[in-house]
Design a protein around this ligand. Structure first.
Ligand code: ADP
Length: 450
């Protein structure tokens, strides 16, 4: 894996981990806060009982003060009554803003009126005490006061009940909203996680996996050309020297064969020699092709034309191994190529694809349009693809894939891909491939659109 790809992969994994932590943290915090809010709302509910309680307690306190004043003519008690009654008056006014319903406000107004009656009754007792001799005030004088006390306490209870009702409705609504909020929160978190997972898959498929699609370019190309430059000089010289004696051996062998009886052991020996000579000739031809590739003679042809030509050429041979060679839906945009050379490349790629797919395999050809960077800018390109359903290219082979003479086959020369890459580069294009272990490999000849 290249440094750039490793970096992208790590960045991607970190980003995903960050997103998951963020989602978990948001979910946890919101869940906790909504729980706290629920509890708070329940305590507010309890506070609504305080209204009646406070009113009742203060009225009883005031009553005690009036009784003390009435019974013992304790002027301190009367002074305290006046202070406390004023406080209660203010408290009643303060309650108004926290009431939310019309009924509660009406009841508070009623309390106000009855409180005035209550105070009038208390003052009635005070007037009576001021104007009578200093003996104890008869109980009858408290009857009206007692009545007013009861009236105001009754309305107080009614207000507490009305307040409780409105609070209950409010709390029920709030709790419902909170429950709804929690459900929404959980659902959105689940959806977010799903979306995150989906996004991860899409990002991996669309951004990271295609990075495995390697263009045989830049660094790799330079390295290969350096290797070829040194190797090519030597190999081309040796190959040239071998070619002449090989031609002579072939000619002599042909003459010898004429004197031998077909089917005899001697004739069979010469067949073996002839096969080996042919193999040597092929290697020499390929080495020379690699070392000194001829300049392509470009002509404009429809992109799918070379595909159909090699299909017709190779079908009989592949058919023997029951390998299907098909041309998929293809574009027929014009490309500028040396047909002979591109056919040579396609034959090499198809041969490799067939070797990898084995008996009953499938090899498909396709010409498609794409956008790619070939020189200094991204432009429209035509890609001639050879896809197989073979075993894929193992990583250790990938590292040396384009090395001349590197082969994993007994009868291979290890020159096919080197030559193919060289020819495609001479066309101003690039060779790319994509491989998946046990699924197959797709090689692509990327050519600039004519
Ligand atoms: P050769 O075919 O003579 O071995 P190549 O340069 O064409 O030489 O290929 C080099 C090596 O690359 C092959 O030996 C094979 O291991 C591997 N290879 C090439 N194409 C494929 C493919 N389509 N599927 C699997 N392996 C491949």
């Amino acid at each position: 894996m290249s440094g750039g790809m490793k970096y992208r992969l790590v960045a991607f994994i970190l980003a995903m981990a960050g997103m998951i932590v963020l989602i978990a943290w948001t979910g946890h915090t919101s869940w906790q806060r909504s729980g706290e809010l629920r509890e708070k709302l329940t305590t507010v509910q309890l506070q609504s009982f305080q209204i009646a309680k406070h009113l009742q307690q203060t009225i009883w306190e005031l009553n005690n003060l009036v009784l003390r004043y009435g019974a013992y003519h304790d002027t301190n008690a009367w002074a305290r009554f006046q202070t406390r009654s004023k406080e209660l008056d203010n408290w009643i006014d303060d309650e108004r803003p926290i009431l939310s319903t019309e009924k509660e406000r009406q009841l508070l107004d009623l309390i106000n009126t009855r409180y005035d009656d209550y105070l009038a009754a208390a003052h009635g007792i005070e007037t009576r005490i001021q104007s009578s001799p200093p003996e104890a005030t008869p109980l009858i004088a408290f009857a009206d006061f007692e009545k007013q006390t009861q009236r105001i306490l009754n309305v107080g209870s009614e207000l507490a009940k009305a307040h409780l009702d409105s609070m209950s409705t409010f709390l029920a609504d709030s709790q419902q909203s909170l429950t709804y909020l929690r459900v929404v929160l959980l659902t959105s978190l689940a959806l977010l996680l799903l979306a995150g997972g989906g996004l991860a898959v899409v990002v991996y498929r669309e951004l990271i996996a295609p990075l495995r699609l390697k263009l045989v370019e830049s660094q790799a190309l330079l390295e290969r050309q350096e290797k070829l430059a040194s190797l090519g000089l030597l190999a081309a010289g040796v190959a040239h020297e071998i070619r002449n004696p090989l031609t002579a051996i072939k000619a002599w062998l042909f003459l010898q064969q004429k004197h031998l009886q077909p089917g005899s052991p001697e004739h069979a020996d010469t067949e073996v020699i002839a096969n080996e000579v042919n193999r040597l000739e092929r290697i020499v031809k390929e080495v020379l092709l690699l070392a000194r590739p001829s300049e392509p003679h470009l002509a404009t042809v429809p992109a799918d034309e070379p595909l159909r030509q090699v299909q017709a050429l190779l079908m009989p041979q592949l058919g023997k191994a029951n390998i299907q060679l098909t041309v998929q839906d293809s574009v027929s945009f014009p490309v500028k190529i040396d047909s002979q050379q591109i056919q040579q490349v396609l034959i090499n790629l198809i041969q490799n694809a067939a070797d990898s797919s084995g008996h009953d395999g499938e090899v498909s050809l396709r010409a498609r349009l794409d956008n790619k960077r070939l020189t200094d800018r991204v432009a429209e390109v035509i890609i001639l693809e050879v896809a197989d359903t073979g075993k894929g290219i193992p990583p250790e082979v990938e590292k040396r894939l384009f090395d001349p003479f590197f082969t994993t086959k007994d009868a291979g020369t290890g020159l096919g891909l080197s030559i193919a890459a060289r020819i495609v580069e001479k066309h101003g294009g690039a060779l790319q491939y994509q491989t998946r272990p046990n699924h197959g490999t797709t090689f692509g000849i990327v050519l600039p659109r004519a």
